[in-house]
Write a protein that binds this ligand. Structure first.
Ligand code: 26V
Length: 822
C-alpha cells in the first residue's frame, strides 16, 4: 500500500490550533497574518475547527455504514441553525484552547463569534426544533442524516420604517460559508412535469413509465453537526437546485444559447428562497416543486446507500432506514418511495406499501385548519402526474379496504377520511396521506396530541389507535443555556457538577439551592448582568434607554393572531392609562420587549406590529410615564437575538388562545433561563406547569374546553366590551388618533376585536390576563420570593431537553440503538 503522510497536527493544543488558523489565513485565504481582515480570522478559525470535526464525521459515517445499523433520515424544509462556531466550540470542548490561541495572536474570540451571519433557513418553531434535534442526535450517538434545502435566501431581514415592517433579502451566504462542503459526486437528477405511459418488463408485466419530463439536478452541501461530549458527527445535507445543462442544451439546440441559459436560471430558482409563511398555505407551484425536488434528491440518496451498502432484499429496507417527516411539507416522499419501488425496482403493490409504512413516520406541528397542506389536484397532476396516480390508488385501497370494513356503506365516513377533499374543488390532503403512509403519527405536546386524536384525526384514531403517540418537544440545553448563558451554566456546574449537560433531569439537584440565599444572590447577579447587556442592545437598536432594575417582560415568537401579541398590547395600553390616571400607584417599573416577524402578506399581523411600535413611541416619550413603562420592539428577531434576550428575561409571555399553540419551545428556553411564565393552559405550558409547580408559574385564561363551550354558545366580543369599562376605554383609545395622529391607522385591529368577532378570544381572556399581570407585579416586588421561583424553574425543566425528546423518538418511533463512536 502506498505510504500516506501524516496529516498536519490536528491536536487540541493551543500551539496546534494557532498553526492551523495561521495556515488557513495564509494558504486557504491567501492573506497576510498582519493585514488579514476580521472576516479572514473568523473564516480561518471556523476552518481550523472544521478540520478537527471532519475527521470525526468521516469516522462516524464509516462506523454507521460498516456496522449496518438503522439510520434516521430527518426530512425538513426548514432548519433554523443560527450561528455555528460558538456551538461547535462548546460542544467539541475546543472553546478554551481556541480562545487562548486567538488571544495569543492578539484576536478576541468573542468579537469574531458575533460577526458570524445567522443561518436562518426556517420560519420559527418548526425549523428551530429541527436544529435542536440535529444537536441532540449527535449528542445521543444516534446515526442520523438531516435533509433539507440549500436556500440561497433564508427568512427575510426585518426593518421598521415609521413603525411598519419592511422586508429585505437575507443573503446569508453571499460570501460563502466555511461550514458547508459541496459533494458533487452525490449529485442527483430529478424529474418533473411530463406524462405517464406504460412499459413492459422482461416477464411481460406492465409498469408505469414517467416520460417527457423536465429535469433538475440537486447538488448536496454537507454541514457537520457536532454533538456535546460525543464523537458522533452527523451531517445536515442540503440540496441546491441546478439546471440539467445537457438536457436544456439539446432541447434548445435549434434555438439560441441565450435561451438555454435562461432556462438554467429558471431551474435555479427552485432553491432560491425560503417561503416566509408559517401558517397559511397558498398553494404555489414553486413551493410544491421545492418540496418534491428535495424529497426526490433525499430518497435517491437513501436508496443509493441501501443498494450500495448491502445486498439485501427490499423487504429489509426499513431495517436500515427510518424516515421522519417534519410536518407534511416532505409528505410527497410517500408516493415517491412507492414510485421508486413499483416503477424502478419492479416490486408489487403490497410489498411496496408495506415497506413504505414501516419506513415513514410523521410529526404534526399545527391544528390550525388554514395551515394544513392541501394541493389542488390539477396542479399536482401537472407537476407530478405519476404521483397523483399512486395517491389515487392508495386512497382507493384505503377506502375500499379498512374504511369499508369498519364502516360498511358509509359514504360520509369515506368523504371525511379520503385523501382527496372534494368539498369544492379537488385537493390532496397531505396530512391524511402522512398518517396513512407511515407507522406513527405524533403530536408535539400532551395536550396537542390529545387534540390531534380527538379533533383533527378522530376517524383515523379510531381505525389505527396504536399509530398515534405523543412526543413532547424539547430544546438543546447546550445552545439555550451553555452557550447563551455561560455564567448560569458555570454556576449550575459548580453547584451540582456537570452531569446535567448530558442528563438534564439532574438539574433537579438545584431544587435545594432555591432556599440558599447566597445562591440566590449569585443567580440574581447573573440575571442582572444579562439585563445590562440587553439594555445596551435596546439602546443601540431602538434608541430607548431602559433600566436593568425594571421587570423585563418578553414576548418573542412569530407574529400571529393566535399567539395574541395584541392581547399583550391591550394590557400595556391598560397599564398606560392606569399610570396616567393614578400616578402614585405602586407599580414596579416594567419594560415590555417584543421580537417577531410577520409573514409579508399577513395584513393584520403587520397592523399589530405598527400598533405596538406606535404605542412604544408614545409611551417611551411621555414624561408623565417616565421610567415606569417602556415598550420596545427589537427588529429582525432571530436565533442570535433570542440568545441575547432569553438570558435577560424576567417574564415569559406564552398567551396563545387555548388549543391553538401546538407546543411552543420558546416557553422552555425562557423557563430554563429563569424567566417565570405568564401563560394559558396551551401547548407545552400545561406540562411546564406540572413540572415547575403551580406556585412557580402564572396561569390564566380559558381552558380548551371553555373555549369550545364559549364558541358553541356563540361568542360575542361586544358583551365583554360593554361590560368592562377599562377594556372599552383601552380599545377606544387604540381606535383614536392618539397614537399616530390618524384614527384609521389601527382600524383593522379594532375591527378584528369587535366587528370580526375576535376569533382568538382576546376580549374573553382580557380581565383574567390583567389580573394575572397584577399578581406578577406583586411577586416581583419581593425579590427573594421571585428569585426562588426563578431558580425552581431552572431546576425543574430538565424534561424539556431535546435529548429526552430525541430518545423518545428513538425508543418509541424509530427503534434506533445508540452507536458510540470511539
Ligand atoms: C406551515 C406552512 C404553511 C404553508 C406555507 C409554509 C409553511 C411553513 C411552515 C409551516 C409550519 C407551521 C407549523 C409550525 O411551525 N408549528 C410550530 O411547531 C413548533 C415545533 O413543534 C411548535 O412548538 C409550535 O407550537 C408550532 O406552532
Amino acid at each position: 500500500t502506498p505510504m500516506t503522510p501524516a496529516p498536519c497536527d490536528l491536536g487540541n493544543s493551543t500551539e496546534a490550533i494557532k498553526s492551523s488558523i495561521v495556515n488557513h489565513v495564509r494558504f486557504t485565504l491567501g492573506a497576510y497574518v498582519d493585514s488579514a481582515s476580521p472576516n479572514d480570522w473568523w473564516v480561518a478559525t471556523c476552518l481550523a475547527v472544521r478540520d478537527r470535526v471532519m475527521d470525526s464525521a468521516t469516522k462516524s459515517r464509516t462506523l454507521h455504514r460498516k456496522s449496518g445499523v438503522r439510520r434516521i433520515h430527518y426530512l425538513s424544509l426548514e432548519y433554523l441553525m443560527g450561528r455555528l462556531l460558538e456551538n461547535n466550540l462548546r460542544n467539541s470542548g475546543l472553546y478554551d484552547s481556541v480562545k487562548q490561541a486567538l488571544s495569543e495572536m492578539g484576536k478576541d474570540l468573542d468579537a469574531l463569534l458575533q460577526s458570524e451571519p445567522d443561518m436562518g433557513l426556517g420560519n420559527g418553531g418548526l425549523g428551530r426544533l429541527a436544529a435542536c434535534f440535529m444537536d441532540s442526535l449527535s449528542t445521543m450517538n444516534l446515526p442520523a442524516i438531516g435533509y433539507g434545502i440549500h436556500y440561497e435566501f433564508g427568512l427575510f431581514r426585518q426593518e421598521f420604517v415609521n413603525g411598519r415592517q419592511v422586508e429585505h433579502p437575507d443573503a446569508w451566504m453571499r460570501d460563502g460559508s466555511p461550514w458547508k462542503i459541496a459533494r458533487p459526486s452525490y449529485r442527483q437528477r430529478v424529474q418533473l412535469y411530463g406524462r405517464v405511459t406504460q412499459r413492459f418488463d422482461e416477464n411481460g408485466n406492465p409498469h408505469a413509465q414517467w416520460v417527457d419530463t423536465k429535469c433538475l439536478l440537486g447538488l448536496p452541501w454537507d454541514i457537520p453537526i457536532v454533538g456535546y461530549d460525543s464523537h458522533t458527527v452527523n451531517v445536515l445535507r442540503l440540496w441546491q437546485a441546478q439546471a440539467d445543462e445537457d438536457f436544456n442544451f439539446k432541447i434548445f439546440n435549434e434555438g439560441s444559447y441565450i435561451e438555454a441559459l435562461r432556462e438554467k436560471a429558471i431551474a435555479e430558482t427552485v432553491s432560491k428562497v425560503l417561503y416566509p409563511n408559517d401558517a397559511t398555505e397558498s398553494g404555489k407551484e414553486l413551493r410544491l416543486v421545492q418540496q418534491y425536488f428535495f424529497v426526490a434528491c433525499s430518497l435517491a440518496d437513501i436508496v443509493r446507500r441501501f443498494k450500495n451498502g448491502y445486498s439485501l432484499p427490499w423487504s429489509e429496507f426499513p431495517s436500515k432506514a427510518a424516515i421522519q417527516l417534519n410536518d407534511t411539507h416532505p409528505a410527497v416522499a410517500i408516493p415517491e418511495l412507492m414510485r421508486i419501488l413499483l416503477d424502478e425496482e419492479n416490486l408489487d403493490w403490497g410489498s411496496a406499501w408495506k415497506i413504505c409504512q414501516e419506513t415513514f413516520s410523521y410529526t404534526n406541528h399545527t391544528l390550525l385548519p388554514e395551515a394544513l397542506e392541501m394541493w389542488s389536484v390539477g396542479l399536482f397532476e401537472r407537476v407530478l402526474p405519476r404521483h397523483l396516480q399512486i395517491i389515487y390508488r392508495i386512497n382507493a385501497q384505503f377506502l375500499d379496504g379498512p374504511v369499508e370494513a369498519r364502516w360498511p356503506g358509509d359514504a360520509a365516513k369515506k368523504r371525511v377520511l379520503s385523501l382527496i377533499d372534494e368539498r369544492g374543488g379537488k385537493y390532496v390532503r397531505m396530512a391524511h396521506m402522512s398518517v396513512l403512509g407511515g407507522h406513527a403519527t405524533n403530536g408535539v405536546a400532551a395536550l396537542h396530541t390529545r387534540l390531534l386524536c380527538e379533533r383533527l384525526f378522530p376517524e383515523f384514531h379510531e381505525l389505527f389507535p396504536e399509530r398515534f403517540v405523543n412526543i413532547t418537544n424539547g430544546v438543546t440545553f447546550r445552545r439555550w443555556l451553555d452557550v447563551c448563558n455561560p455564567q448560569l451554566s458555570s454556576l449550575i456546574t459548580e453547584t451540582i457538577g456537570e452531569g446535567w449537560k448530558k442528563d438534564a433531569s439532574k438539574l433537579r439537584g438545584l431544587d435545594a439551592s432555591a432556599d440558599d440565599a447566597g445562591f440566590r444572590d449569585r443567580y440574581r447577579a447573573i440575571k442582572r448582568h444579562h439585563k445590562v447587556v440587553l439594555a445596551k442592545i435596546i439602546q443601540d437598536s431602538c434608541g430607548v434607554c431602559v433600566s436593568p432594575d425594571a421587570l423585563f417582560d418578553v414576548q418573542i415568537k412569530r407574529l400571529h393572531e393566535y399567539k395574541r401579541q395584541h392581547l399583550n398590547l391591550l394590557n400595556i395600553v391598560t397599564l398606560y392609562r392606569q399610570i396616567l390616571n393614578n400616578p402614585k400607584a405602586d407599580f414596579h417599573p416594567r419594560v415590555f420587549i417584543f421580537g417577531a416577524k410577520a409573514a409579508p402578506g399577513y395584513f393584520l399581523a403587520k397592523n399589530i406590529i405598527h400598533a405596538i411600535n406606535s404605542l412604544a413611541n408614545k409611551v417611551n416619550n411621555d414624561p408623565r410615564v417616565g421610567d415606569k413603562l417602556k415598550v420596545v420592539f427589537l427588529p429582525n428577531y432571530g436565533v442570535s437575538l433570542a440568545e441575547k434576550i432569553i438570558p435577560a428575561a424576567d417574564l415569559s409571555e406564552q398567551i396563545s388562545t387555548a388549543g391553538k399553540e401546538a407546543s411552543g419551545t420558546g416557553n422552555m428556553k425562557l423557563a430554563l433561563n429563569g424567566a417565570l411564565t405568564i401563560g394559558t393552559l396551551d401547548g407545552a405550558n400545561v406540562e411546564i406547569a406540572e413540572e415547575v409547580g403551580d406556585d412557580n408559574i402564572f396561569i390564566f385564561g380559558l381552558t380548551v374546553e371553555q373555549v369550545t363551550d364559549l364558541k358553541a354558545r356563540g361568542y360575542n366580543p361586544w358583551e365583554y366590551y360593554w361590560n368592562n369599562e377599562a377594556l372599552r376605554d383601552t380599545i377606544d383609545w387604540i381606535g383614536s388618533d392618539y397614537f399616530t395622529g390618524h384614527a384609521h391607522d389601527f382600524k383593522p385591529l379594532r375591527d378584528s376585536f369587535l366587528e370580526h368577532g375576535d376569533p382568538y378570544l382576546c376580549l374573553a381572556d382580557y380581565q383574567m390576563y390583567v389580573d394575572a399581570q397584577a399578581k406578577v407585579d406583586a411577586a416581583y416586588k419581593q425579590p427573594e420570593l421571585w428569585t426562588k421561583m426563578a431558580v425552581l424553574n431552572t431546576a425543574r425543566v430538565g424534561f424539556f431537553s431535546s435529548d429526552r425528546t430525541i430518545q423518545d423518538y428513538a425508543d418509541k418511533v424509530w427503534k434506533l440503538p445508540q452507536v458510540a463512536v470511539p
